[in-house]
Design a protein around this ligand. Sequence first.
Ligand SMILES: [Zn+2]
Length: 504
Amino acid sequence: MVLARVWSVALSGVDGIPVEIEADIGGGRPRTQIVGLPDAALNEAKDRVRAAVRNSGLEWPDQLVTFALSPADLPKGGSGYDLALALAMLVADNKLPGEAIASTVLLGELALDGRLRPVRGVLPCLLAARRAGLSRVVVPVPVLAEASLVTGLEVLGANTLAEVVAWTRGDQVTLQSPSPLVAPPTNDQPDLADVVGQPEGRWALEVAAAGGHHVLLAGPPGTGKTMLARRLPGLLPELTPDQALEVTAIHSVAGSLAADSPLVAAPPFFAPHHTASIAALVGGGSGLAKPGGISKAHFGVLLLDEAAEFAADRLEALRTALEEGEIRLARRDGIVAYPARFQLVLATNLCPCAPPRDLDCVCPPQVRRRYIAKLSGPLLDRVDIRVRMRPITAMSLSLDSAPEDTATVRARVVEARCRAAQRWSEHGWRTNAEVPGPTLRREFALPREVTALLDRSLSTGAITARGADRCLRVSWTLADLAGEPAPTRDHVVAALNFRERKVA
Ligand SMILES: [Zn+2]
């Protein structure tokens, strides 16, 4: 009897955990069992793997076949262990030499005919394999490009179980190596040059990008709120290599990577519809929980268009994510956490009837108030910049005949962000939006004459303490954009304008 050992990887959120799979044959009446916390989907693997083995011209032993997956207390689910289970059995049955795949990670679902099917989460699985010191992985060919993003591992792609078996035996079969990535990440982001008029909105977007501030764009339909919001990701700096891998890992688990250019190198953008399910927004679903929109927007931009139409539970989930930078999902077998650190853009009409231009609103005043009030409170507290978008007039169009393009504005944004990052580096913050109010008020307090207007607004109750903190944060961003070492009186006044202007 041979005790066979092979490797695969379990996923918990975006973290992979290497799983050792042992197979043993004999010791009971003929059947197949899996021990080590398999879920229902993994239990179904028994039938699938047996069929795939038989249909690949190999035998399934007419004996008791026992698979043990360890660590035993780690919940395991899904179909990604199929290939490893098949190989473990074949080694235990003396059909394959175990040494050939001793430190090889095997990932992939098997079709009944023995074809290898892609699985979600290959990138985080490989990162975990590399951390664990495993040197080689075999993955289904369709995810080969994704797998090749992880350096320092030998990555091989196979189409069928039979190919992997022949390769393990040392037959003249070569598995595919990844080809160098040909398709560069596409830059199909819309340009700011397409937005005419709306100088206030454009400036607000630039300030938001420079400081990492969340933004509220409020105004009647047809004022270009969505158009403007879609141009925010283009103003943000490229992701660092580590950030890119982190974002790509989330999209890998979500199953939303492009097969030919899998690396997410630019800040992602996600705009869920207000009727989207809570699972689509924050994550969930059966089996391996899928990350939701707020995690797909990690290190990028999340746009809530018609924000006031989102149900209260959606907005509440969003507030939690904004506070914690991640979302925790309760699962039957524990809690899974996905990162969700995004820049939020709320776009909203001013009332439910949303009258097109030239028509008057027909909503009673209390309906108008309630509509915007839905967004207020804890969620809006975190939004530093609020802009009232006005209808575009012929006059504003002629004043702004050659709008700046994204590249020009982004150059200023990147410079401003560098200044902020340098200032806050010893505190661990990258953007002004992350800096807590007490730090701004005490450690980085501004001279009294600079904040005079802010202090007066505070003492008369025209602005709340939280509102004052938001104003200070935006003041620093305005100073960074102007290349000044600290905010001036004018910056504070301009920052006050970003929030004093009544939205409703
Ligand atoms: Zn109305």
